[in-house]
Ligand binder design. Structure first.
Ligand code: MTE
Length: 334
């Protein structure tokens, strides 16, 4: 079993949530930790049935690793699951934080296909089921820092994007990776009305440089808190790029295209002086309308207020990603 990389926030160091404790007990009781990812999906499904949690997507349960040193963990309790799934940005379902949970529950997320195409030797289409059964799922506890100066700590389940890109075999012209959310105005009220959808020209699109997309931290997430993604969090498959502002972490992806030129991105199209292509978390470069020096950690503090904490360069992941930007002026490339 591989050692947990240093950027992984350890569950030993975060506030343990009931779901994790329960799962840890299950894993321990059945001696699964030594088997790791090799437990067949069918067996995992059976285990979940046995424990009577019908909404838990059994294929996503993964044994935990507790080895390795941890650079950050101590001060980062997990954001409670009910906050992660009720305070969302998903403008396809409305612009208020509570809209996505309210309006996205009927979204059809299965069957679902994800296609990788463009400057690749081997264009490929996977169903999400094929992705779940064909790749090793990892659990990663990451900070998510929204450009609006709030943040969370979320236990994601996913696959490094690099694993899928490798199978598609980018060719020498591939310099950037463009992502696209489902376009389905019938299901997504924000795509039917500019008023509901915040004036965005849909589909929501995002992009990364190829080396950013291939970075081990860049995750295609299929779940959180040990279950499949709820619709409001971008079911059935979304991107998570923890050192960048949350708007880069595009939800409900259907298409990934390898391209030669920097692709257009939704928030940059909407307000290019406020939202750049890179969007690396940077406490030294303020948004034109507010400071980025600190953030409200959702779910922390008292009943009504969230604790304000200093924002870290690259959201605390600088040791792992700063060299991607050597020689670049991060004020110019915001
Ligand atoms: N993806 C799509 N398709 N539509 C969106 O409106 N919002 C982004 C990002 N991905 C958004 C999206 C923003 S601004 C943030 S902060 C994160 O999703 C929020 O993710 P969460 O709701 O899971 O916390």
């Amino acid at each position: 079993m591989s050692k947990r990389p240093k950027w992984q926030l350890s569950q030993q160091h975060v506030t343990p949530e009931a779901v994790f404790n329960q799962r840890r007990r299950i894993v321990k009781a059945l001696g699964l930790s030594a088997i790791g990812a090799s437990v067949p999906l069918g067996v995992q499904a059976g285990l979940a049935d046995w424990f009577g949690k019908p909404k838990v997507e059994p294929a996503l349960l993964k044994p935990l690793e507790f080895t390795g040193s941890n650079r950050f963990g101590i001060a980062d309790p997990l954001t409670p699951e009910d906050k992660v799934t009720s305070h969302n940005n998903f403008y396809e379902f409305g612009t208020a934080k509570t809209d996505p949970k309210e309006n996205a529950q009927q979204m059809v997320t299965s069957p679902w296909q994800l296609r990788i195409e463009g400057e690749v030797a081997n264009p490929k289409t996977w169903t999400v089921d094929e992705i779940l059964s064909g790749f090793t799922l990892e659990e990663r506890i990451y900070r998510l820092r929204c450009v609006e100066a709030w943040s969370m700590v979320i236990p994601w389940l996913g696959i490094p994007l690099a694993r899928l890109l490798e199978q598609a075999e980018p060719n020498s012209k591939a310099k950037y990776v463009a992502f696209e959310t489902l376009y389905d105005p019938e299901q997504m009220p924000g795509q039917r009305s500019r008023f509901v959808g915040g004036g965005i020209n849909y589909p929501y699109v995002e992009g990364l440089r190829l080396d950013e997309a291939m970075h081990d931290l860049t995750l295609l997430s299929v779940g959180l808190y040990g279950k499949t993604l709820p619709p409001q969090n971008g079911a059935p498959i979304r991107l998570v790029v923890p050192w960048k502002y949350g708007f880069k972490s595009i939800k409900s992806i259907v298409r990934i295209r390898l391209v030669e030129k920097m692709p257009p991105t939704t928030w940059n199209l909407l307000a290019d002086h406020e939202y750049g292509f890179y969007a690396n978390v940077n406490p030294q470069v303020d948004h034109p309308r507010w400071s980025q020096a600190s953030e409200r950690r959702i779910g922390s503090g008292g009943l009504l207020s969230a604790k304000r904490i200093p924002t870290e360069m690259f959201n605390g992941y600088g040791d792992f990603v700063a060299d991607l930007y050597d020689g670049m002026d991060l004020r110019q490339w915001y």
